[in-house]
Write a protein that binds this ligand. Structure first.
Ligand SMILES: Cc1cc2ncn([C@H]3O[C@H](COP(=O)(O)O)[C@@H](O)[C@H]3O)c2cc1C
Ligand SMILES: O=C(O)c1cccnc1
Length: 585
């Protein structure tokens, strides 16, 4: 039956249905015209009347500044109000010194114009507002600053713009002066280390009412046409110095057909639908985020599909980097064929069909799909893992496997010694050192961990793989057959519109390789779990994925991915069966 929608009494009362019905209803039509008029009429004011600014007006414009956006809501701005004559006079002297110094380095015409610029506002304006940014919180501690450490300064700049527009609406003039040595200004105002200024704002009743920007009227510069600053899709080719100017060189080698992310329309539709359930929006947390993304792939996309379990042996085993003999790989694969390996059992338990692929197990696995490399196999330290032709072949075979079937695709791997391979590949793809990637695998002791690190270091030194290396080349140098086949599985599944559920480290790296080849693949990836392997967290972070399970799983074989697939399927069922709500009649 249909239930009345529970409307929250706090926060956002609107429903997805209302928002879909009138996406523009958030507008403030009665205010928009005024806002545009103020933006248009804002000027940099350099001449001021000495009349005081009423306190309530000053408070209003400072409030507008304080309501600016800030990175991670850090509110790093500080507004130092300067009214003492002595300080304002010293500031003017400081600015004059800078002006002369800067003019000395200019051509005579530009210098003359700079010298003609009015700076008297520093002394004339009744209030100086020095905007300072308190940068003493380390960037990593502020949401959004770890990646853009200067975002705190930009936040302060947005506060200045708010202040400026509010001042203009009040009829006040504002001039932003940056002709200072920042340290000199900071010293004068006793700013502590770690607090930076963005300059001095002269604020007061204007003694000029310029209809156009002063520098434009003075012939200094003109407003560029809008078309010259709005670019479409990417930086124009003709402006790049050389083809190698691209920061991300297109991967060469295998031609990969383009994969498209699900359309934004479908993503929003999936979220709209979830919003009508008789539960608070996004109440299932990470599961809801993942289910929204997967549901956008179409009906049945959260249903359990297949576990593609790929096994291979590794020449790197000669370096004594696994606690187990190589023949274990074949045993586990044989058990998988008859449904007794843990991964195969986990798949069946979650309603997934196991597909067992022999990608180069020492002794061929009877009953498995054979996709075995034909060429040389190397130990990473003295030779590449795979020849390029085999990489291409294995990726292509994986593609077909990923595309076959419906519902989710879970990734699984078996390969004694492959956590060493996975660590080397992770180090190459992420630019990390051996200490940051090597983990315990199926059970290493300290001496074995040391050998694993030495192998990774040797492999990196020999191949020189970096995050810029063509990812397929990296697979050949540092990967292995199961990594190549699973990369193809990811590409094929994404192309077929199926969600891919990643497992542990070795069954997550193929997701990263595929994303490097085709960025849109990321929209199809689900992190099933975060395993115990050291590098796994870094790889998931690079993919921007939050795992569904974080249980220190170290089974490999796709067990974690299958458990997560079951969870995701449950969420699909829960969503399908939970009552729908409607707006109040
Ligand atoms: C009985 C057994 C079953 C496994 N199933 C998966 N793995 C897991 O451990 C192996 C990688 O660890 P390392 O790099 O330390 O050798 C891979 O086969 C992986 O899937 C297994 C390991 C063992 C021993
Ligand atoms: O991270 C994993 O998936 C893992 C860890 C140990 C052994 N095999 C796999």
């Amino acid at each position: 039956m249909t239930w009345q929608r529970p409307v929250p009494t706090i926060g956002d009362p609107t429903s997805a249905r209302e928002r879909a019905g009138d996406p523009a209803a958030w507008a403030l039509p009665q205010d928009a015209a005024g806002l545009y008029a103020v933006i248009d009429a804002r000027r940099d004011i350099r001449r001021f009347r000495p009349d005081p600014i009423p306190d309530e007006v000053l408070t209003r414009i400072l409030t507008a500044a304080h309501h600016a956006p800030s990175v991670g809501h850090s509110q790093p701005w500080r507004f130092i109000l300067v009214t003492e004559d002595a300080t304002r006079e010293r500031a003017e002297v400081m600015a004059d010194r800078c002006r002369l110094r800067q003019a000395a380095g200019m051509d005579p015409e530009s210098a003359r114009r700079l010298l003609d610029l009015q700076l008297d506002g520093l002394r004339e304006a009744p209030v100086g507002i020095v905007v300072a940014c308190d940068r003493r919180t380390p960037p990593g501690g502020v949401l959004g600053r770890a990646t853009f450490p200067d975002a705190d300064l930009w936040s302060c700049a947005t506060a200045i713009e708010n202040l400026w527009l509010a001042a203009r609406a009040e009829g006040l003039g504002l001039g932003w002066v940056t002709l200072f040595e920042p340290d000199e200004l900071a010293t004068m105002l006793h700013l502590p280390a770690g607090v930076e200024t963005l300059g001095w704002l002269c604020v007061g009743w204007p003694d000029e009412r310029p209809p156009e920007p002063g520098l434009q009227r003075a012939g200094w510069s003109r407003r560029a046409p809008l078309e010259s600053v709005v670019l479409h899709e990417r930086w124009p080719e003709e402006d790049l110095a050389s083809p190698t100017d691209h920061r991300h060189a297109a991967p060469r080698g295998l031609a990969v057909p383009r994969i498209h992310a699900p359309s934004q329309r479908h993503v929003v539709a999936a979220r709209d639908e979830a919003d009508e359930l008789l539960t608070p929006p996004q109440s299932l947390g990470v599961l809801d985020r993942v289910a929204d993304r997967v549901s956008a792939l179409g009906p049945g996309s959260t249903a359990p599909g297949t576990l593609v379990l790929v096994g291979a042996d590794h020449p790197v085993h000669v370096h004594h980097i696994s606690a187990y003999e190589q023949r274990v790989t074949g045993d586990i694969m044989a058990a998988a064929v008859i449904g007794e390996a843990m991964g195969a059992v986990a798949a069946r338990t979650a309603g997934l069909v196991p597909v067992v692929v022999d990608a180069g197990v020492l002794v061929p696995v009877e009953g498995a799909i054979a996709v075995r490399p034909a060429g040389r196999r190397g130990d990473l330290v003295t030779d590449d893992a795979l020849e390029p032709a085999d990489v291409a072949l294995l990726v292509d075979a994986g593609r077909a496997l990923g595309a076959a079937g419906s519902g989710t695709v879970a990734l699984g791997e078996v390969g004694v010694g492959n956590t060493t391979v996975a660590s080397a590949l992770a180090a190459g793809l992420l630019g990390l050192g051996p200490d940051e990637v090597v983990g315990l695998g199926a059970g290493s002791d300290a001496a074995m961990v040391d050998r694993k690190r030495a192998v990774v270091a040797g492999a990196l030194a020999r191949t020189g793989v970096t995050p810029r290396t063509d990812p397929l080349v990296a697979l050949g140098c540092l990967g292995g057959p199961e990594f190549a086949v699973l990369t193809g599985v990811v590409l094929g599944a994404a192309q077929a519109g199926r969600a891919v559920i990643l497992d542990g480290l070795a069954a997550t790296l193929p997701g990263l390789v595929a994303v490097r080849l085709e960025p849109a693949v990321s929209q199809y990836l689900v992190a099933g779990q975060r395993s115990r392997e050291q590098a796994h967290a870094a790889v998931l972070a690079e993919l921007g994925l939050e795992p569904l399970l974080d249980l220190r799983i170290r089974s490999g074989e796709g067990v974690g991915a299958c458990l997560a697939a079951g969870l995701l399927a449950s969420v699909g069922t829960i969503r399908a069966r939970t009552g729908r709500t409607a707006a109040r009649p």
